[in-house]
Structures are given as structure tokens and as C-alpha cells.
Design a protein around this ligand. Structure first.
Ligand SMILES: O=C(O)CCC(=O)C(=O)O
Length: 290
């Protein structure tokens, strides 16, 4: 492919809404599944006060609420996570992901760490359930559960400090063994990320989304054959960049669209809480987890 084919390429379809008018996004999850929408940004989706207080409190070096660092080996990707030490994604620590059993055990051990940073009276998982229900086309929303009744992690809190980023990736995680139980129960056409911003960095930290899917032929890779070639991606494919403020929320068809979080620049960290969601196989419910 060369630059002359720009016009033929997949475009990033996004929509922006605010809590006072969600009419265009009431069915955003289905629109994303049907490949009609890639990104929905909801401004002021959650109250700024309780989120900013958490963002503030978590942006300190003198106290450690229990951060785990599954990408420590790769300094530029050294994300800090609260809520699990066994993410439901590949990491530099476990490039093929962990086992479901290890994930569920970690969920039990670390569950309270992500909840406890919020002020009493603010139940983040309840707020997320309620919020996702506004984009679900009336479908009930629930945290995913294992067959033995154990709960998946509803959300994790993530911190990126100066110079750190989340590099280019897709989140089509169903082939991982951690998804052995979940994948057969959900609609695997795509997977959707949800994220709320708790602290905005001075600069950087934007969500950058590209028109590259897991099926794009001949995607731009470096000479090693597996690392993404960012310059090549940006040259050849449609791109969109989104800046979030505290309280803003996004849904992203992350199983389909290549994306990254730009490097943070400056002393203020970027702090988010988020996870993934999917439609059930019958398309009548929404399950979420992190
Ligand atoms: O902003 C975040 O916390 C993560 C964004 C992301 O890369 C994802 O959800 O896949």
C-alpha cells in the first residue's frame, strides 16, 4: 500500500456526547459491535470531585496503595495498576496472559485495593454498571462471573508517570487461555474498552486511535516482524486523537482499532480507571471485567 490510497482506508468513526444528552450514544455498544462506531467520548460522565480526589491521592511517591507493575521490564511501558497483579491482557511479565485461576485468585487478593481509594459513599463499580447501562441499548449490565461464581475484576486503576505510555496494541484478547470460560459466552466480533479519567497529566496521555484492524493486510511492523512501526502506522492510516479531562469517559472498539496512549510529559501522572466489556453471545446482556 502507498500513500495514494489514503482515501480508501478505514476511517475512525467517533462521537462526542455529554451526560445531559446521550441520545446519540444510547446504543453505542451495539454500534461498535456492528462496525458503525469506533470511539465514544462522554464528557463529564462521572462527578469530578470524587475522581479528582482519588487522582490527587494516587499521584504521590511517598505512599504506595499497592501498585503492581507488570511491565516493569520495559521501562517506557511501566504502567502501575491497582486491583490485580494478574491483568486480563498480555503483559511483559506474562506475554500470553496468565491462567484464569491465577487471575481469579489475584482478583480476590487485590479487590479492595482499587475500591478503597474512593471516598466512602462513592461505589466505583456501581457507578460503572450504571454508566455502561446508558450505552447498552437497554440491556442489563453486570460484572463477568466465573462458572464457580467468583467475580472477575470490575475495574482496575492505572497510573502512567512522566515518560510512560501504553504502546500500540489491539485488545482482541479472546484467544488467551484466561478467556477460556468467558469467550464462549460472549459475542467475540469485537471487544470494547471503557475508561474514565481521574487525573489529567500536564501534557501527553492522549488516546490515539488508528484505522488498523487485526485483519489489516501487511500492517506496518519493524524489522523484527512483531513490534509495531508507529511512524509507518501514522503515515499510512487514518488516525484520531482524543484528550480527556477528569470525569470524562470513553468507549473504544479496542478489539478492532489499533490504539495507544501517548507518552506522559511532565510531573503530573495520568490516572484512569477502566476495563473491558462485551455483549453476551445472545446479544441481550453486557458483561464487563478488567
Ligand atoms: O487509558 C487507559 O487506561 C487504557 C486505554 C487502553 O489502551 C485500553 O483500554 O486498551
Amino acid at each position: 500500500m502507498n500513500d495514494a490510497t489514503v482515501a480508501d482506508r478505514r476511517r475512525i468513526r467517533s462521537i462526542e456526547a455529554s451526560l445531559s444528552d446521550l441520545s446519540g450514544v444510547a446504543d453505542a455498544i451495539e454500534q461498535m459491535y456492528d462496525d458503525r462506531l469506533d470511539v465514544a467520548i462522554i464528557r463529564d460522565a462521572l462527578p469530578e470531585g470524587p475522581l479528582a480526589a482519588v487522582g490527587d491521592q494516587l499521584d504521590r511517591e511517598d505512599r504506595n496503595p499497592g501498585w503492581t507493575r507488570p511491565n516493569e521490564k520495559m521501562p517506557v511501558e511501566d504502567i502501575q495498576i491497582l486491583g490485580t497483579d494478574t491483568p486480563a491482557t498480555p503483559t511483559y511479565q506474562a506475554p500470553r496472559g496468565a491462567s484464569l485461576e491465577a487471575y481469579l485468585e489475584s482478583a480476590e487478593r487485590h479487590r479492595s485495593e482499587a475500591q478503597d481509594v474512593f471516598e466512602r459513599g462513592f461505589d466505583p463499580a456501581a457507578r460503572i454498571t450504571e454508566l455502561l447501562g446508558r450505552f447498552s441499548g437497554g440491556r442489563p449490565v453486570a460484572v463477568a462471573q466465573a462458572v464457580d461464581g467468583r467475580s472477575y475484576v470490575p475495574f482496575t486503576v492505572r497510573r502512567l508517570t512522566d515518560g510512560k505510555q501504553i504502546g500500540l496494541h489491539h485488545d482482541y484478547h479472546y484467544p488467551l487461555s484466561l478467556y477460556n470460560e468467558l469467550a464462549p459466552t460472549v459475542d467475540t466480533r469485537t471487544l470494547i474498552s471503557y475508561v474514565a479519567l481521574l487525573r489529567r497529566p500536564d501534557a501527553g496521555g492522549e488516546l490515539c486511535v488508528y484505522g488498523v484492524t487485526p485483519d489489516t493486510p501487511d500492517p506496518p511492523k519493524l524489522a523484527n516482524g512483531f513490534s509495531w512501526d508507529l511512524a509507518g502506522v501514522e503515515r499510512r492510516f487514518d488516525a484520531a486523537k482524543f484528550t480527556l479531562d477528569v470525569g470524562d469517559f470513553f468507549l473504544l472498539a479496542s478489539g478492532r482499532c489499533l490504539h495507544r496512549i501517548a507518552p506522559i510529559a511532565g510531573p503530573r501522572a495520568r490516572v484512569t480507571m477502566g476495563g473491558f466489556l462485551a455483549l453476551s453471545k445472545q446479544r441481550d446482556r453486557v458483561f464487563y471485567w478488567s
